[in-house]
Write a protein that binds this ligand. Structure first.
Ligand code: AMP
Length: 445
């Protein structure tokens, strides 16, 4: 019991401090995992920049209306999943659930239509959606995203964007991917197809579940991506967009496919791959990865030639995609592709005050030379120090005792085989440079 300084009376026993946990659907990424995340992100930068894309960083939050307008009020993302709050001035703000809307806003805001076209941008970062969490589905998740804005809608742009994604996955050695593509037509041909589809759906209405029945009125295209088992046989008999594309869209789609072949990209045509919103046009695509269970889509994208205009900008061609980084990482982990967590190159084991001064200097020099160095802050007996070095995944232990300091001959122990040798300070650096140029055989842990 403590005494309150103000009253001098005894206060109630302090409540046990609350133990906090991360919010449901939100998680920490720990040092054992982050090397893989960094590897994925560095690879994305390398590959995307090799295709002429530049990085854009967008705000975590935006006016709610930006997402409501671009993603659509009747989508799950906007109607149920956004984290929305009133700011102190009462304006409504949402945490970004995706990147395309913000990137289009930035395109308009910074007058990018006057930049050399097309403008190619990439982005990576966390997104927020209040979904039901499960494996591969989180409330804070990460996307790697790229958009091509402005210029024309040459099929070569669509094909190049898809080639870039496949190059990225290939560089990561992600195997067993399935790329589905489709064309959903344009403002000319799609409305006509949607009416034909609606008429057919009405004929089979009583064979469909409540969601699909509702969509016959609101958004017939969405019936096509229904996963409801009992609807599959009926859906298979419905008319297909490909037969109703206008000549320009049919030609565009044929050329996208020809160019994918030219670029060595293997795809599958999937007539049921659709997008529900009006500004989506022509090319849509999705990539499925192995080992992810039901949440197996790692990338979705498509052409959205009307979006910039919808957000108050000039008529602008656009195509883009979003890769789900969490799922990509899961898939890489499933296939055993995780790089080792960072160990230490050198553990500096020291004993005695004089040795400590030398150890501090040695650690400083080794770090400056680019080595990962652990310098224990308190003295440990050499046996304990070596155990500690081993647990940290160190490759070498530099042993500095009184003898080493006075003789200037430092002992270096290779933890993998226990061998040791003596080096002068200069020789040590040269030896370590050479030894670490070859991949480490991890010792211990
Ligand atoms: P979308 O923006 O909905 O087209 O999603 C693009 C990609 O982001 C999907 O293919 C998934 O890989 C990923 N994704 C979407 N929602 C989530 C989520 N809640 N958790 C993890 N990944 C997600």
């Amino acid at each position: 019991m403590s005494e309150s300084p103000a009253t001098g009376q005894q206060s109630q026993p302090a409540a046990k401090p609350r133990k906090f946990q991360a919010i449901k659907g939100v998680r920490d990424l720990l040092p054992a995992e982050t090397p893989l995340w960094n590897h994925v992100e560095e690879t994305a930068r390398e590959v995307f920049e090799s295709f002429g894309f530049g990085e854009i960083r967008i705000p975590i939050f935006e006016p709610t209306e930006l997402f409501a307008r671009s993603i659509g009020l009747d989508t799950d993302v906007v109607s149920k999943e956004m984290y929305t709050f009133a700011d102190r001035d009462e304006s409504m703000i949402s945490l970004r659930p995706e990147a395309t809307a913000s990137i289009c806003r930035a395109y308009i805001e910074h007058g990018m239509q006057s930049w050399p076209a097309p403008v190619k941008l990439y982005f990576m970062g966390p997104m927020f959606r209040r979904e039901r969490p499960q494996k591969g589905r989180y409330r804070q998740f990460y996307q790697i995203d790229a958009e091509v804005l402005g210029g024309n809608d040459a099929p070569g742009i669509d094909a190049e964007v898809i080639e870039m994604i496949m190059t990225f996955f290939d560089r990561l050695e992600l195997k067993g991917l399935e790329l589905d593509i489709n064309s959903i037509g344009c403002r000319e041909c799609r409305p006509k197809y949607v009416e034909i589809l609606r008429a057919e759906l009405l004929k089979v209405k009583d064979q469909l579940g409540p969601d699909s029945q509702r969509r016959i009125e609101t958004n017939p295209l969405r019936v096509l991506d229904s996963k409801v088992e009992s609807e599959q046989a009926v859906i298979a008999t419905l008319p297909r967009m490909a037969a109703h594309l206008c000549a320009a869209c049919a030609e565009h789609f044929a050329e996208v496919k020809r160019q994918l072949e030219l670029r060595g990209v293997i795809y599958r045509e999937n007539w049921r791959l659709v997008r529900g919103l009006d500004y989506y046009m022509r090319t849509t695509f999705e990539i499925i990865a192995q080992g992810l269970g039901s949440q197996n889509a790692v990338c979705g994208g498509g052409r959205y030639d009307g979006l910039v205009e919808l957000l108050g900008g000039p008529p602008t061609k656009g195509i883009g995609f979003a890769i789900g980084e969490d799922r990509l990482i899961l898939s890489l982990q499933e296939s055993g592709k995780a790089p080792a967590a960072p160990g230490r190159d050198v553990y500096v084991a020291w004993m005695g005050e004089k040795a400590f001064a030398t150890a501090v200097r040695a650690a400083k020099d080794l770090r400056a030379a680019g080595f990962r160095v652990e310098l224990p802050a308190t003295e440990r007996k050499f046996g304990k120090a070596l155990e500690h070095a081993d647990k940290l995944g160190s490759r070498f232990a530099l042993i500095l005792g009184e003898d080493e300091v006075s003789s200037g001959e430092w002992t270096l122990k290779t933890l993998a085989d226990g061998s040791q040798a003596k080096y002068t300070e200069t020789d040590l650096l040269a030896y370590l440079r050479e030894a670490t140029a070859t991949p480490a055989t991890q010792s211990g842990s």
